[in-house]
Design a protein around this ligand. Structure first.
Ligand SMILES: Cc1cc2nc3c(=O)[nH]c(=O)nc-3n(C[C@H](O)[C@H](O)[C@H](O)COP(=O)(O)OP(=O)(O)OC[C@H]3O[C@@H](n4cnc5c(N)ncnc54)[C@H](O)[C@@H]3O)c2cc1C
Length: 274
């Protein structure tokens, strides 16, 4: 973890209300792992704002951020050449098991941000399906930002929109079951409502197993594992203030230091507040 004054290389609105910002930061670019985040001092605000590392190049990192309030309005107005106070990389990121071949990435809205880094990191050795859900086509990750529509080498991109303006119509969880047998590991980033729906989708009812036979029944009764990145409100971002503490099946955890990546089924969802 290092605090640096970094130069902004570019800051473009790539979707309505969503910015892609590249920052010169060779140290963070060299050490960040997918799922880790940085914090940015936004103007005069005391609390630094956390953002996932979205992409890395040899000397730069990229953030993909939604303009949500005062801090991100300030960030959206920054110009190339300006300096910004950045701290990172922070937290514990995603882990990919050595035996896994097929990775399913599930992104709800701006939750695509950390999953693109994971996709780049893993695509040389893994087959990847990335499902991106948004309310409408304009809020989907733009093709020009990396992804081809449909199959591209080891990466398959599946858009889902609530209004059906592009890709499948509906919610991510409507099509998730189609990929569960294929996936060796599942990774997700999105709103808490999406995670709560995923808990139900990934936790098959005992009835499914009874139809298929005993050994499958035992498999089905185990909830499919999924790593999720949790974007709760944070204070310090590095474990000093306990402002982001959540309750898990393993006891109290700090999202900034123990996470932001957790196992979906370790989190006690009814107690999570953004
Ligand atoms: C580990 C982590 C990684 C994140 N990565 C990204 C990212 O890659 N891209 C991105 O756009 N956002 C990301 N966020 C959310 C981002 O930090 C907030 O949107 C941002 O701090 C809002 O600051 P603000 O001053 O603009 O808004 P505020 O004025 O503080 O709040 C405006 C609105 O945003 C909501 N909000 C504030 N903080 C959060 C939060 N932490 N999570 C969700 N909603 C929040 C508030 O409830 C409120 O409705 C991440 C959050 C965490 C904890």
């Amino acid at each position: 973890m290092k605090q640096t004054l970094c130069t902004i290389s570019s800051n473009d609105e790539v979707m309505p209300g969503i910015h892609l910002m590249w920052i010169e930061s060779p140290d963070i670019a060299a050490t960040a792992q997918p799922g880790q985040f940085i914090t940015v001092r936004c103007g005069d605000f005391t609390l630094r704002r956390p953002f996932s590392v979205h992409q890395v190049s040899s000397r730069e990192i990229a953030l993909l951020f939604r303009v949500a309030g005062k801090g991100t309005i300030w960030l959206a107005q920054r110009k190339a050449g300006e300096k910004m106070d950045v701290l990172g990389p922070l937290g514990k990121g995603f882990t990919v098991g050595p035996e896994s071949k097929n990775l399913l990435l599930v992104a709800g809205g701006i939750g695509i941000a950390p999953l693109v880094f994971l996709m780049h990191h893993a695509s040389a050795q893994h087959q990847i399906t990335l499902i991106h859900g948004a309310s409408t086509a304009a809020q989907l990750y733009p093709n020009g930002c990396l992804l081809a529509d449909g199959s591209d080498g080891a990466i398959q991109f599946i858009p889902v929109t609530e209004d059906g303006s592009r890709g499948k119509r509906g919610m991510i969880t409507d099509i998730l079951p189609d990929f569960l047998d294929w996936a060796d590991q599942i990774y997700a980033c999105g709103p808490v409502a999406m995670y709560k729906a995923m808990v139900l989708t990934l936790n098959p009812s005992p009835l499914k197993g009874e139809v298929k036979g005993e050994s499958e029944k035992q498999n089905n009764l185990k909830m499919k594992k999924c790593q999720v990145s949790l974007e709760v409100r944070m204070g310090c971002g590095f474990g000093a203030c306990y402002g982001c503490t959540i309750n898990t099946n393993e006891g109290l955890k700090q999202v900034c230091r123990d996470g932001p990546v957790f196992e979906l089924d370790d989190i006690i969802w009814r107690e999570v507040r953004i």
